[in-house]
Design a protein around this ligand. Structure first.
Ligand SMILES: [Ca+2]
Ligand SMILES: [Ca+2]
Length: 151
């Protein structure tokens, strides 16, 4: 009896405290900032990884819930202008939610250009993506997939 109750309860609240549920994932937006690689390690320590955005709905969920400049799990560090999600998926630059004229690989402050993607919070790129210097300290969003099929 008690076990049954626990299972049901677990299905209704599949995300840990402080994490937000959307579709089949839980999301977390730590309050501190870090460079992209450190941010990724922080997510991994929480049994998650930087967010991989696969739909317009997910993008909208993220931008309406998290309103800072946030690293996402997208990088062209391995090969310039070949953007890969951290799960290995190839991202087509024509898709996604890039801000106008982004990614532009600006090398103003860094000879390596810009190889990590972030959802930006400030105009003129509000709620859209920019490539940024990976060492810049930004907020970030972790995503953990759940096996839960509940709503
Ligand atoms: Ca780049
Ligand atoms: Ca840029």
């Amino acid at each position: 009896m008690e076990q049954k109750y626990f299972l049901r309860r677990k299905q209704v609240e599949p995300c840990r405290s402080g994490w937000k549920k959307f579709m089949k994932s839980c999301y977390f937006n730590p309050t501190y900032t870090a460079g992209w690689a450190t941010a990724r390690r922080k997510c991994q320590k929480l049994s998650s990884d930087l967010v991989v955005i696969t739909s317009a709905e997910e993008q909208k969920f993220l931008t309406s819930n998290y309103r800072s400049n946030n690293w996402i799990g997208l990088t062209d560090e391995a090969k310039e202008d070949v953007w890969l999600w951290i799960d290995g998926t190839l991202h087509r630059n024509s898709s996604g939610f890039w801000c106008k004229d982004e990614p532009n690989n600006t090398s103003n402050n860094n000879s390596n250009g810009e190889n990590c993607a972030a959802i930006w919070a400030l105009p003129p790129c509000q709620s859209e993506w920019k490539d940024e210097n990976c060492f810049r300290s930004l907020n970030f969003i972790c995503e953990k997939q759940t096996s839960c099929s509940c709503l």
